[in-house]
Design a protein around this ligand. Structure first.
Ligand code: THU
Length: 135
């Protein structure tokens, strides 16, 4: 099984693929399924700033578009930053859709990382079940 450290290292490899001419803040991600399949991602910015996609969402849409959505296990999110590279709200929300129990590994430049279940990073999250409970 891929260790947490190995997943974090794969995410760090993605920093060089980041397209960040505006923020100059590269972010890498690596998402692993329960059978060990890995989907990586980086942030891809755009001259229309709001069209930027984050590293985590790049990895997620790669997984889902390849038919993987029911067994997402862990994701590593890394940056060259002194503080941990916390996933933004939009990424937490998109990941929550597929697995509120996803393990999220958050790393900083020195490759130290911390680990949380996604539902702790997005408490009382809005998910698919909420839509079935309308009166
Ligand atoms: N960014 C990510 O890739 N993931 C996050 O969760 C936070 C922010 C990117 C978006 C943008 O390219 C840069 O970091 C600065 O906001």
């Amino acid at each position: 099984m891929l260790s947490d450290k190995e997943l974090v290292d794969l995410a760090f490899q993605m920093l060089e693929r980041s397209y960040v001419p505006y923020s100059k803040f590269p972010v890498g991600a690596a998402l692993v399924c329960s059978d060990g399949t890995v989907f990586t991602g980086c942030n891809v910015e755009n001259a229309a700033y709001g069209s930027t996609i984050c590293a985590e969402r790049t990895a997620l849409v790669k997984a889902v578009s390849e038919g993987r959505r029911d067994d997402l296990e862990r994701i590593a999110v890394v940056g060259n930053s002194a503080d941990y590279c916390w996933p933004c709200g939009a990424c937490r929300q998109m990941l929550y859709e597929f697995n509120p129990n996803l393990t999220v590994l958050v790393a900083r430049a020195d490759r130290q990382f911390v680990s949380f279940p996604l539902h702790e990073l997005l408490p009382h999250g809005f998910g698919p079940k909420a839509l079935t409970q309308a009166e």
